[in-house]
Design a protein around this ligand. Structure first.
Ligand code: SAH
Ligand code: TMP
Ligand code: ZN
Length: 407
């Protein structure tokens, strides 16, 4: 068991769960020429002082987010709908009759901003991963290929003026220097402006044992309690919070400069619920590691039993999340010979660490596996509906969140 210094309050982070050496979750390997894979120790702890849950070891951002970063936000119809709804909400509620500027951190391929751009609203995307930023630009979005930090916030303010809305989906939790970045956010906001961000909710991770949310890119595992405390230290206030069903359960947090916006009743309600139900600190959270190990035992047991009976098994969705599952459970090509994924730049490559070939969806139907491990379980409704024919022909799905089951 190890400790580290809290990135929020400089208190002591005490480890409660360890996944050992892990590769980078989005570093897909070229077959034949496997590069020396970078590894780091994936372990999670909670700060005894401010309760923020965070990784103990940090991967340098440039190693993860670079020109060839493969993840495309527009790869799921459900997520396209989710971000369009949010853009419509901004247009209808926050940006009505306003010349306001919208800044998005980690805009990826423009899944949200393209609607804002289409409506003719002033906007700026900040996206350090070049290829995905290019895709956003091709859709008419103004993007800077940079990492957002306090210096960049000042540059944006100088060149574009203050922002009415700053938005970050599945991005703030990726930034180990997020607490410092909040100073930049505060200074970039126009009076009455808001910073809205959404990330996997730690309470859902605990409740569902969805340990695959824990990987290199997810440095922080937020709760309303830890976010409210972090915000206070930087002249910001948590004014609203909303639970989202996407990506296995997230919270959407709205911050404003202290005193500038009324605080919605949901903030107190969610914090009270966390007080009642979430394990209070690292000692209590150690039961999470036990739940993870039970889940691993059940999944590996199920796969081995099926394999020994001659079943042909495949994986569906070469997700970043699946990297933790495949490597922690030591599932390789002997058990799961291929994984299908719709992302062009993942196809033809091997999964990081576990070295399972990634194939295009066309091969899924052609190879007709008996059982398929649903690695993109957060998109289950969409995938199971699209692959109706697979189930109708007798194919079975294997899930592992919240429990291992074959159906
Ligand atoms: N918002 C999208 C993308 C999430 S993936 C969605 O919800 O689907 C996280 C994105 O954040 C990546 O595209 C990555 O390149 C970007 N990112 C990482 N660090 C960043 C930083 N410091 N500033 C802005 N974007 C960052
Ligand atoms: P995510 O869970 O991080 O959003 O990643 C989803 C992955 O699954 C991404 O690599 C795209 C892939 N995918 C498919 O291959 N088919 C699908 O129908 C969907 C929704 C996703
Ligand atoms: Zn702390």
């Amino acid at each position: 068991m190890t400790t580290s210094e809290c990135r929020v309050c400089a208190g002591t982070v005490v480890e409660f769960c360890d996944f050992g050496k892990q590769p980078l979750s989005n570093a897909f390997v070229r077959p034949g020429a496997p590069d020396e894979e970078y590894t780091f120790r994936l372990a999670v702890g909670a700060c005894a002082a401010c309760s923020m849950v965070q990784l103990l070891e940090e991967v340098p951002p440039e190693r993860m987010f670079h020109a060839g970063y493969p993840y495309l936000s527009s790869g799921s119809a459900g997520m396209r709908r989710h971000f369009r709804d949010f853009a419509e909400h901004l247009l209808a509620v926050e940006l009505l009759a306003d010349e306001g500027l919208v800044v998005e951190l980690g805009c990826n391929d423009g899944v949200m901003l393209h609607r804002i751009a289409e409506a003719g609203v002033r906007h700026l995307g900040v996206e350090p991963s070049r290829d995905v930023a290019e895709r956003a630009r091709a859709r008419g979005i103004d993007v800077w290929t940079e990492f957002f930090d306090t210096d960049l916030a000042a540059r944006i303010r100088a060149e574009r003026g203050p922002a009415k809305v700053i938005y970050a989906a599945n991005t703030l939790c990726h930034i180990p220097s997020a607490p410092a970045i909040l100073d930049g956010v505060r200074d970039l906001l126009a009076p009455g402006g808001i910073f809205v961000f959404e990330d996997p909710y730690f309470a859902d991770i605990v409740a569902q044992t969805s340990y695959d949310q824990i990987y290199d890119e997810h440095f922080f595992y937020f709760t309303a309690t830890s976010v409210a405390r972090m915000a206070e230290r930087h002249g910001l206030e948590l004014v609203d919070v909303e639970h989202l069903d996407v990506h296995g359960g997230e919270l959407r947090y709205t911050l404003a400069r202290t005193g500038e916006r009324p605080i919605a009743s949901a903030v107190g309600e969610v914090r009270a619920a966390e007080n009642r139900t979430l394990p209070a600190g690292p000692d209590e959270l150690r039961s999470f590691q036990a739940a993870v190990d039970t889940s691993r035992r059940e999944l590996v047991g199920t796969l081995r039993t099926l394999h020994s009976r001659g079943a042909r098994i495949a994986g569906y969705g070469a997700t970043a999340k699946s990297s933790t599952v495949l490597n922690y459970c030591e599932i390789g090509p002997a058990l799961v010979p291929f994984i299908t994924d719709s992302t062009p730049s993942k196809q033809g490559r091997l999964t990081p660490g576990s070295h399972i070939p990634v194939c295009p969806p066309s091969q899924f139907a052609a190879r007709a596996p008996d059982h398929t491990l649903l690695l993109a379980w957060n998109h289950a409704d969409e995938i199971v509906a699209n692959e109706r024919a697979y189930r109708a022909a007798g194919g079975r799905w294997i899930r592992y969140v919240p429990r291992v089951r074959v159906s």
